[in-house]
Write a protein that binds this ligand. Structure first.
Ligand code: NAD
Length: 481
């Protein structure tokens, strides 16, 4: 089923089951070439008001549908997404620059979110509490009403599924503001939701810029819950806006996740995995393992393996499906270059420069980069680079490795590479983060796994059954018998 021509010149919001234009537009730039892909409706307060009002109207009927009815509609939407993988992947690859096969995988994961929550919602129950023989006490998990979602540009389809699927499965109606750079798949998915039979107003997408449409959604007095995926800086603005009207928030922010490679590890596997993970989505992954902490005894081996892998990488436009596409924008390219240039005193073992594959001068490419001898206090070891860059610091003991891993403001995920079972569990318990991997790396893992951070990586958990708790509130009912 094709619900919209992929080549539309203006991407409009989708509110209450209808496309909605805005008075102004902004250009959608293809980071693979620097050319424009068309224009995007630059929505503001008016369209956000319209979307929130539509969601509020729809929620009166939606919140009293049965779990079975919602489950059927979510499963139908998952099926439509699966049918449209090629169209969705192309739109995503053009908007973000990500390699086509990675965009296909993102579409599959998006479908998986809707299918997973279609299953889970049918077995999401309250409790019966045996307080006293003459009292019948039970709890209900009730939807909150209207949920607002503001997401980043790095995994637009996955973030759409991760936010919207549990929210609407739980009986809420959603308003999502996609990232400025990557609006098209969100609008396409909202149209697919309508085609699947979801009533108008249950899923609304409002396109626009962060400080305009995003800020309007964050501050809207009739939004009952906000979920935000993006930078720590903007996350704190969102939390502030929500606090002023006492609305709950889930914040999924940045990361500086570390691989801890011990001397007894399968070093070959650790190094290959670390290289592949940072190449994924050009390192623009909140949970990218961007810091390599390595036992000084195996340091040389690890570096050699990663440099070899980087040397074999193909670079090019996302749509040609290389190993490494461009960064999302020239702005992001400048940011990555600035961080690499700040690494004075460290040793750039591989890369460190922008790339112009096939002479494409307008793209936002950056070579895979390996930087050794990084001072743990340096900016590149402390701040999120969000590019295909690995920094390397050595350690001499387990205690030192754990202290280095926990030595940034972030705490999102991490990985322990060792064949010593006791050390694996000991270190996994000591490293701060919402997910810790042992001898593998998931960059967020499957849809079933609760995901979120500690400290400046945010709070609250998305994914898994736990996400439904964020989108509902418990009501306890006490009946005198
Ligand atoms: P960003 O914070 O600039 O933007 C994220 C979203 O917020 C976009 O939709 C943007 O339009 C909107 N926004 C920007 N300013 C706003 C404002 N004043 N009010 C309301 N909304 C506003 O982040 P980014 O640069 O697009 O994304 C990269 C960041 O996202 C990285 O730090 C990365 O780690 C993080 N991220 C985290 C996760 C996670 O799950 N923890 C996942 C993906 C990305």
């Amino acid at each position: 089923m094709t619900v919209s021509p992929a080549a539309e010149r203006v991407t409009e919001s989708f509110i209450d089951g209808e496309p909605v234009r805005s008075a102004a537009t902004y250009p959608n730039v293809d980071p693979s070439t620097g050319t424009t892909l068309g224009d995007v409706a630059r929505a503001g307060d008016k369209e956000i008001d319209q979307a929130v009002a539509a969601a509020r109207r729809a929620s009166r009927a939606w919140r009293v549908t049965t779990p079975e009815q919602r489950s059927d509609l979510l499963a139908r939407l998952a099926g439509l997404i699966d049918d449209e993988i090629e169209t969705l992947a192309r739109l995503e690859s053009e908007d973000s620059g990500k390699p086509l096969s990675q965009a296909r995988n993102d579409a599959r994961v998006c479908a998986r979110y809707f299918r997973f929550y279609s299953h889970v919602i049918e077995s999401y129950y309250g409790l019966s509490i045996p307080l006293r023989p003459d009292l019948h006490v039970y709890t209900r998990r009730e939807p909150l009403g209207v949920t607002g979602h503001i997401v980043a540009w790095n995994y637009p389809m996955q973030l759409f599924g991760r936010a919207v699927a549990p929210a609407i499965a739980a009986g809420n109606c959603a308003v999502l503001k996609p990232a400025d750079e990557t609006p098209r798949t969100a609008v396409y998915l909202a149209r697919l939701a309508a085609a699947a039979g979801l009533p108008p107003g249950v899923v609304n997408v409002v396109t626009g810029l962060g400080p305009e449409a995003g800020a309007a959604l964050a501050a809207h007095p009739d939004v009952d819950h906000l979920s935000f995926v993006g930078s720590t800086e903007v996350g704190s603005l969102i939390a502030g806006a929500a606090a002023r009207r006492v609305a709950p928030v889930t914040l999924e922010l940045g990361g500086k996740s570390a691989h801890l490679v011990f001397a007894d590890a399968d070093v070959e596997r650790a190094a290959t995995t670390a290289a592949n993970v940072i190449l994924q989505n050009a390192g623009q992954t909140c949970s990218a393992g961007s810091r390599l902490l390595v036992d000084e005894r195996v340091h040389g081996q690890v570096l050699q393996r990663i440099a070899e892998r980087f040397g074999a990488v193909t670079i090019g436009p996302g749509i040609t499906d290389p190993d490494l596409g461009p960064l999302v924008s020239r702005k992001q390219q400048d940011r990555v270059r600035g961080y690499v240039e700040s690494a004075k005193g460290a040793d750039i073992v591989y890369g460190g420069t922008v790339a112009e594959p096939d002479g494409i001068s307008g793209g936002a490419y950056f070579n895979p980069t390996l930087i050794d001898g990084v001072d743990p206090a340096a900016r590149i070891a402390q701040e999120e680079i969000f590019g295909p860059v690995i920094t390397v610091t050595t350690f001499g003991s387990e205690e030192e490795a754990v202290a280095l891993a926990n030595g940034t403001d972030y705490a999102l995920i991490g990985a322990v590479w060792t064949t010593d079972l006791a050390r694996a569990h000991r270190v996994a318990a000591q490293v701060d983060g919402g997910q810790i991997y042992v001898n593998t790396y998931g960059a967020g893992g499957g849809v079933e796994l609760p995901f979120g951070g500690f400290r400046k990586s945010g709070y609250g958990r998305e994914k898994g059954v736990e996400a439904l708790d964020a989108y509902t509130a418990t009501k306890t009912i006490v009946v005198q018998l």
